[in-house]
Structure formats: structure tokens, C-alpha cells
Design a protein around this ligand. Structure first.
Ligand SMILES: NCc1[nH]cc(CCC(=O)O)c1CC(=O)O
Length: 312
């Protein structure tokens, strides 16, 4: 019997989604009679220690992932559960994504105490989010709203809704749902109004590419449609994001069918104030080609000028 050590960040959300993933792996092993046991190993990352500093200033979201990847390479853990949207585009040599489980709800949502949806937030309402992507799309849709910085883990952000006297906050629905806090969600935001982050709502289970036992176990947890949708989104992001801070969103849906069916992706790039906002849609059967096509369509519309400004 091999014990598979599963690494994770130690935030409440990370521990919860890792626990849920391990439960699914245990069930798969029981049903298939596979001789694996599991142990969760929380790892404190640099990203967790500097949450109050603007993440982009200290090296970006990759900070959450790097130390966990080092633990994988060092053999301290055998696989790791990450939020897909925190995964950098390039993985270190020797590591791979062994499983993309079924996606949770990919949408952003509004949380407030008054039942406001996006369209009936009062004029000039103060809305908390530190996501450039959410802020830009919200301002494009409702220029009157005042976007206020909102950092911290989900529970911290929910608390700040009240302690900072905000009229509403924006969060990923997936995080709240995984935590069992779906009842805090006041309104889901249609991707037509706010495209989610690339990979939002999906998980990535990363492992060593040469660990055949773990690779074939993780393959059983893979959801083909989610994987194809996320591959399209990540290709889209990879072509547009030269490591700079710019509002980018994308959402892809993959159908079923013989060859895996059609993938349809809508992507957007905006200026940080939402003054310029470009969207493009592409479809096809090759996920990477769909992601590239949407990215190229945006570049042809002038996304390169928005990206160049963000790099300055
Ligand atoms: N930015 C942090 C983060 N990373 C993953 C999630 C949860 C949603 C998901 O798994 O995509 C969240 C919270 C949020 O954005 O509200």
C-alpha cells in the first residue's frame, strides 16, 4: 500500500478543496480496488505570508505555487491541488497537470446585504474587489460605481463587506460554493457582463511526470470537457499576457462528441479603468487553436495597444 502525500496551501479554501479532492480519490480507489492511501500536507507559501502587499509588486500569483512545486520536485509530496487560476502558464521541467477535475461554477458573484444585483446597485455604490479584471469590467458596465481595494482570504473579504461599510463585494462563486457558503451569494454575474479569470472554478492536480502510479490514478479524476475548456483559456492567456498586469478574462465551454466536441471561447482585454474593453469569440475542435484564434482576434482589434500601455 502506497501513501500518496497531497500538498496544498494552508488557506481554508485550499484545505477544503484539497480535502474534497482527496475524498474523490479515495472513492475512486475503493471502487477500483487500488492500493493507495492519502495524507494531506499543508505548505505555507511566500504568497500566504505577504497577502497584505500588492501581489503584483512582489512577483504575482506564481508565489502560491512555486514552493509547492519545489516540494513535488524534492519528493516531499506526490501531488498538489491548486486553484487552476493561480497556476502560472509554464510548469517546471518534470512536473505536469495529472488531472483537471470537473469544474465548479466559473462565474463571479456579488455579495451584499441588500439583495442588489449588478444592475440595481445604487448609483455611486462602493464595491470591493482587488481584481483588475473584475474592476475594469464592472466599470465598463457601470461607470458610476466606486471600486475599492479588497484583499485577503475569502473569509477576510466577507468580513470586510461589513467592517469597511462596502455596498457589495465581488468574489468567485466557486470559492464560496466549495466552502459551503453558497447562501452568501446574492447574485451570479453573467459572463456577458464579467468574464471570469482563466481557469476560474477549475482545479489542477499537479504531479511528477515520471510518477506512473500517480499519473494513472489522477487520470481517473480528469474531466475531459473541463480540461479542454481550460486548455483553450490558458492558451488564450499565454498569448496575451507577457507577465504584465492587465485585465484579461476568458471563458470556454467544451461540448461532448467523438473527437471531444466543439470548444467555444469568449475572451476579453480591457484598460484598467474599463474605458476600452475588447471581446472576441472563437470556436473549433482544437482547444489550443480556439484560444489562439480569440487572442489573435483581440490583437487585431487593438489589444496590443492596451497591453503595451500596461507594460509601461
Ligand atoms: N484569487 C484567489 C482565488 N483563487 C481561487 C479562488 C476560488 C475560485 C476558483 O477556484 O477559481 C479565489 C478566490 C476568489 O477569486 O474569489
Amino acid at each position: 500500500m502506497r501513501t500518496i502525500i497531497v500538498g496544498t496551501r494552508q488557506s481554508a479554501l485550499a484545505l477544503t478543496q484539497t480535502g474534497q479532492t482527496v475524498d474523490r480519490l479515495r472513492r475512486i480507489c475503493e471502487e477500483a480496488g487500488l492500493p493507495f492511501a492519502f495524507e494531506v500536507k499543508p505548505i505555507v507559501t511566500r504568497g500566504d505570508r505577504i497577502l497584505d502587499v500588492t501581489l503584483s509588486k512582489v512577483g504575482g500569483k506564481g508565489l502560491f505555487v512555486k514552493e509547492i512545486e519545489q516540494a513535488l520536485l524534492d519528493g516531499e509530496i506526490d501531488c498538489a491541488v491548486h486553484s487552476m487560476k493561480d497556476m502560472p502558464f509554464d510548469l517546471p521541467e518534470g512536473l505536469t497537470i495529472g488531472s483537471v477535475p470537473l469544474r465548479e461554477d466559473p462565474r463571479d458573484c456579488l455579495v451584499n446585504l441588500h439583495g442588489y444585483t449588478l444592475s440595481d446597485l445604487p448609483p455611486g455604490a462602493r464595491v470591493g474587489t482587488s481584481s483588475l479584471r473584475r474592476g475594469a469590467q464592472l466599470q465598463a458596465r457601470r461607470p458610476d460605481l466606486r471600486i475599492e481595494s479588497l484583499r485577503g482570504n475569502i473569509d477576510t473579504r466577507l468580513r470586510k463587506l461589513e467592517t469597511e461599510g462596502l455596498d457589495a463585494i465581488l468574489l468567485a462563486a466557486a470559492g464560496l460554493r466549495r466552502m459551503g457558503w453558497a447562501d452568501r451569494i446574492t447574485a451570479y454575474i453573467d459572463p456577458e457582463d464579467c468574464l471570469p479569470a482563466v481557469g476560474q472554478g477549475a482545479l489542477a492536480v499537479e504531479c511528477r511526470a515520471d510518477d506512473e502510479q500517480v499519473m494513472s490514478l489522477l487520470a481517473r479524476l480528469n474531466d475531459g470537457k473541463t480540461e479542454r475548456a481550460v486548455r483553450a483559456e490558458r492558451r488564450f492567456l499565454g498569448l496575451l499576457n507577457g507577465g504584465c498586469q492587465v485585465p484579461i478574462g476568458a471563458y470556454a465551454v467544451a461540448g461532448s462528441g467523438e473527437e471531444g466536441g466543439e470548444v467555444s471561447l469568449t475572451g476579453m482585454v480591457a484598460s484598467p479603468d474599463g474605458g476600452r474593453l475588447l471581446r472576441a469569440t472563437a470556436r473549433g475542435t482544437d482547444p489550443e487553436a480556439v484560444g489562439s484564434e480569440a487572442a489573435e482576434a483581440l490583437l487585431a482589434q487593438g489589444a496590443d495597444a492596451i497591453l503595451a500601455e500596461a507594460r509601461e
